[in-house]
Write a protein that binds this ligand. Sequence first.
Ligand code: PRP
Length: 179
Amino acid sequence: MHHDVSEILVSEKDIQAICERLGKQLTIDYRDKNPLLVGLLKGCVPFLSDLARKIDLSVEIAYMSVSSYHGGITSSGDVKIKMDLDFSLTNRNVLIVEDIVDTGKTLDTIVKLFKHRGAKSVKVVTLLDKPEGRVVPFLPDYIGQTIPKAFVVGYGLDYDEIYRNLPYVGILKPEVYTK
Ligand code: PRP
């Protein structure tokens, strides 16, 4: 375990089981729907990569870059589009793939935006859900694991751009972000 991590919340094995479970479900739910998977960079990358390989359908994949944390440990709630999609959403069944839903502001904003752009359906699959962090009501359609209100890193999640490559999700020691 990395020395800045106090506890592993979601192990590599847990993540593999989550991807298999959600992949099976999505394969059933999106049959004949030609889904467009949209990853919100950068945190989505490991999860989208592992999950997509468990969906036994032909899918298309697009990325968008949005940001709300700006390097701190709490969400500013100010959602910025840094890089937009290069796909039309008109009549598409869109599945947004996220690493974490915390305040809910990012997904609330992006789901509304995608519907406004003409998507036929917009659903959200998230590896982690932190319901205690909600500032706006938001319920993800597919959840890997519900976690408590702690600052987590790894498997895509960062603190100041570090730790995204850890193969598990762990709690960051508070002394790392208070020093
Ligand atoms: C994280 C995460 C979500 C968002 C969730 O992204 O990937 O997009 O925050 O937080 P919310 O529910 O409070 O809105 P971040 O802005 O940290 O960018 P990153 O993926 O590049 O790390």
